[in-house]
Design a protein around this ligand. Structure first.
Ligand code: AFP
Length: 283
């Protein structure tokens, strides 16, 4: 797994350079979800594909920016599903964006995730790596090298509330629940970038990030393989919870298509248990 983590670090340095030096405009192509691609989306995807193509451990790559599976090494052990530049539409207003990696062994479903990682491209480049039975590890880049900072543990109860999705399309249950957290004094922390928003909750002791099913997006917006499952793994390894709002842990998801989405809630135990109660689910 260290070879894969080192490859992610090399790609991260190159992507950060591209974000800070290259054109932020749109390309003339769309991704497999029909979304217009930024030139940075395409470049970041290229950097990651090039980085992994000679790593014999990697059987295949699945990118949020492309349809299908890119086969690399027949005898490879892992399939890496990744979002090369999540929140890329925020780059042109100088907000933080990120890359997300899910490392799977076997069929592409949550129970086969063996490790995950994400990179935050902000004032500094930050990296979190997570493996089974270990706390997630936080690193910060300095002159191209990643220095270990600490292991990450979520408090039982936090202070931050990151409510995603278009509020006018929330269910009444969800609106009542979110308003209740604010009435308890939670602080709104939502940039529209999943990676920095979830990174902040992890590092600032906890809270809740929610992207529910909405009337316009009943299955949510965030992709299971590239975004939801990798972060669910990290939140559970940090001592928190990650659920879909219908009684399922996100680490039990079985996508039927590589680009399937899911409603998702990630957070400290107090907040996720409160969500389950509000949604009429048993704790
Ligand atoms: P973009 O990649 O289109 O900027 O979307 C970012 C994202 O996928 C994820 O990073 C955010 O958490 C989520 O969308 C924000 O969605 P809303 O703007 O609907 O809250």
């Amino acid at each position: 797994m260290q070879t894969i983590f080192e490859t992610i670090k090399k790609a991260a340095i190159k992507i950060d350079h591209a974000i800070k030096t290259e054109d932020l405009g749109y390309s003339d192509s769309e991704n497999s979800s029909g979304e217009e691609q930024l030139k940075l989306d395409v470049k970041s995807d290229y950097i990651i594909e090039e980085a992994f193509k000679d790593v014999s451990l990697v059987k295949a790559l699945v990118s949020e920016e492309k349809e299908g599976v890119l086969a690399l090494h027949e005898d490879g052990k892992y399939t890496i599903c990744y979002d090369p530049l999540d929140g890329s539409s925020l780059a042109d207003v100088n907000l933080s964006v990120g890359s997300i990696f899910g490392i799977y062994e076997g069929a592409l479903e949550a129970q086969n995730l063996v490790a995950s990682a994400y990179v935050v491209y902000g004032p500094r480049i930050e990296l979190v790596l997570a493996e089974k039975n270990e706390k997630p590890k936080h690193y910060r880049a300095q002159e191209g090298l990643f220095n270990f900072i600490s292991e990450i543990t979520l408090d039982e109860k936090g202070k931050l509330n990151a409510p995603g999705g278009t509020q006018q399309n929330w269910s009444k249950t969800h609106k009542t629940f979110v308003d209740g957290l604010f009435a308890e004094g939670y602080r709104l922390r939502y940039s529209g970038g999943m990676v920095p928003d979830l990174h902040q909750i992890l590092l600032k002791g906890g809270g809740l990030f929610s992207y529910p099913g909405t009337s316009d997006k009943p299955d949510g917006k965030l992709r299971q393989l590239f975004e939801v499952i990798p972060f669910a793994f990290i939140y559970e390894q940090a001592g928190g919870q990650a659920v879909n709002g219908e009684g399922l842990k996100l680490m039990e998801l079985v996508p039927s298509h590589p680009h399937d989405t899911s409603p998702c809630f990630f957070g400290s135990n107090y907040e996720v248990n409160a969500l389950k109660s509000a949604y009429g689910l048993e704790n």
